[in-house]
Design a protein around this ligand. Structure first.
Ligand code: ZN
Length: 344
């Protein structure tokens, strides 16, 4: 019998090809237009799927090749948000500045947002497909609000819209829906007050697998500097994990490779699946499969291997394609090493 444990996946994004967007840059503008852009995005999705399959990744994503930024893919399609009213604000507790649009009226979906992308990705791979969207709190933190005047109310409004969207994507054959909530590592009081409730609202009624991704950010300068202020042990998860253990979410994607997160904290997640960050995205150095395996073995001291999906720490969009490809192979290779050990 084939051992099905330790199925690998990635946080979500992969680098975009140089003909589609400027490499190694967040929010990179598209280099194509019109029909050529639509076609270019689809070609990039196929490449991203093939690269994951060839590396041996089990649960694949579209590499987020069709969106400029992980928050905007969803938000750009909403009514009630004025993209001509851009405001510069400090996001993630002022860790970095971002130019963001303004909420001017109740937010609503104009219609399906990601259906076409999911149909295309679903038809382009036989592997289980994961699809990522921004979580409610992270959206709220990446937008300027002049209508709701309450982060909780705006968050709950987005949770309802994300849920409408998620139900449609599930019906199109998505196997796992993941909400990205880096804001959960910044606003711990808000996570307790409304963040988990909003997350639960976003995944209500879904029968596919669900997960929330909570990381310490892409490997960019502002994040690396922020991490240096967090002390020798990063214990943010200690406050959020017990709340998530009681939530509706199916799994938690977290950062464990080359981080200062005490790995024992995953023991606080109850019976949730662990999408275990076993590959660092803040370095160009490609891990060896043995290094990945070491992180998995550490995690197995706290949770059963059936609950572990080895994963990347965060999105790989700021990396070079060559480095990302190497890291995919290391991830799959490390999981295979541990699987072989478990099979004796
Ligand atoms: Zn992340």
């Amino acid at each position: 019998m084939a051992l099905v444990m330790l199925k690998t996946t990635i946080a979500g994004s992969l680098p975009k090809p140089a003909w589609l967007a400027t490499p190694r840059q967040l929010w990179a503008p598209w280099l194509l237009e019109g029909q050529a852009l639509a076609e270019g995005k689809r070609d990039a999705v196929v490449l991203a799927l093939r690269e994951q399959e060839e590396a041996g990744i089990d649960i694949v994503t579209d590499g987020e090749q069709t969106r400029r930024h992980f928050v905007w893919g969803f938000v750009e399609q909403m009514e009630g948000i004025d993209f001509s009213k851009m405001v510069t604000i400090g996001i993630r507790a002022d860790r970095y500045k971002a130019e963001v649009p303004t909420v001017v009226a109740p937010v609503r979906r104009r219609g399906p947002v990601h259906s076409d992308e999911v149909r295309f990705a679903r038809a382009s791979t036989r592997r289980p497909l994961k699809f990522t969207m921004p979580g409610p709190m992270t959206i709220v933190d990446t937008i300027h609000d002049e209508h709701y005047r309450s982060r909780a109310d705006l968050g709950m409004a987005f949770a309802r819209l994300l849920n409408e969207e998620a139900r449609e994507l599930e019906a199109l054959g998505v196997d796992m829906i993941q909400l990205d909530e880096p804001a959960f590592n910044v606003y711990m009081d808000e996570v307790r007050d409304w963040g988990v409730e909003a997350l639960d609202g976003a995944v209500a009624g879904l029968s596919c697998r669900t997960a929330v991704h909570i990381c310490y950010g892409y490997g960019i300068k502002a994040n690396t500097e922020w991490k240096q202020t967090l002390g020798s042990e990063w214990r943010q998860y200690e406050r959020t994990f017990p709340l998530l253990a009681r939530s509706r979410i199916g799994g938690v994607s977290l950062e464990c490779a080359a981080s200062h997160v005490p790995i024992s904290l995953i023991g606080l997640l109850g019976d949730k699946d662990i999408l275990l960050g076993a590959v660092d995205v803040a370095s160009d150095r490609i891990e060896t499969p043995e290094e990945v395996a070491a992180v998995i073995r550490e995690a197995m001291k706290h949770v059963r291997p059936e609950r572990i999906s080895p994963c990347t720490n965060c999105g790989m969009v700021p990396l070079s394609r060559e480095v990302a490809r190497g890291k995919l192979r290391a991830l799959a290779g490390g999981a295979a090493l541990v699987r072989r050990e478990l099979m004796g």
